[in-house]
Design a binder for this molecule. Structure first.
Ligand SMILES: Cc1cc2nc3c(=O)[nH]c(=O)nc-3n(C[C@H](O)[C@H](O)[C@H](O)COP(=O)(O)O)c2cc1C
Length: 216
């Protein structure tokens, strides 16, 4: 375990892409340990309606990576002219670095020691806010806890959703019953190269917090 305070873990768990060590194997027991910790997160009525697909067979990792990259191709195509300077995130500090980092993961994700796809039981198509929030809200905290548990142990991941442009293709590849389960994202799992990570840019409190009513 790294010598980090809870606040340090919470503020320095980054989306790690360029500093994932794709050459160092990650033991299954370590992934299971992080999942056990993640499962302590809150979930609706404590029904544990989640399922976690871990892929560590190198051939299967390559196949999953190909779907991820195809999904990102679809995403970029869907942006049309909203790319480059027109991209919605282009004005965010360090936007160029984020782009390079995304590209690095694209080019190397097939080398990941392991990949995780969290699922929840149910589909949200056509569902109202209550069901949507309850279903997503019953898996997202656990997924983030998993990333925090990795960080505390010198490993890292990146939250990615790019492959969901091809959710069906991924479901077919992994045998996930798509009519019954929703995929949350795709998470590379690897040791990090070095363990010194820093807090990142976020909009200031004064811009995004209001008291006793919206915007006041
Ligand atoms: C919902 C969500 C989807 C994301 N999708 C992708 C993705 O498909 N590919 C990728 O490389 N990063 C993805 N990211 C990572 C973000 O780019 C990253 O969190 C953001 O730049 C902030 O960096 P930080 O997490 O290190 O603070 C995603 C993050 C979130 C929360």
């Amino acid at each position: 375990m790294l010598d980090l305070t809870p606040d340090q873990v919470l503020t320095t768990t980054r989306s790690v892409r360029r500093r994932l060590d794709f050459d160092r194997p990650v033991p299954r027991e370590l992934i299971e340990e992080c999942l056990e910790i993640a499962f302590q997160a809150p979930n609706g009525s404590n029904m544990n309606t989640w399922h976690w697909v871990v892929v560590d067979d190198p051939k299967q990792v390559e196949a999953v990576a190909a779907v991820y990259n195809g999904g990102l191709d679809d995403y970029v195509a869907s942006l049309g002219d909203a790319v480059g300077e027109n991209y919605a995130g282009a004005t965010i500090p360090r936007a160029k670095l984020i782009g390079e980092s995304v590209t690095h993961l694209r080019e190397n994700i097939h080398r990941s020691p392991a990949l995780l796809i969290p699922l929840f039981a149910g589909r949200t198509e056509g569902a109202g806010s209550f069901f949507q929030a309850s279903l997503w809200g019953s898996v997202i905290q656990a997924t983030w806890s998993f990333m925090l548990a990795l960080r505390a142990r010198g490993l890292g991941s990146a939250w990615t959703t790019g492959h969901l442009f091809r959710e069906k293709e991924m479901a077919q590849l992994l045998g996930i019953p798509i009519e019954a389960y929703t995929q949350v994202g795709l998470f590379p799992i690897a040791y990090t190269i070095g363990t010194d990570f820093r807090p990142a840019y976020r909009k200031p409190l004064s811009e995004v917090v209001s008291w006793n009513g919206f915007g006041s």
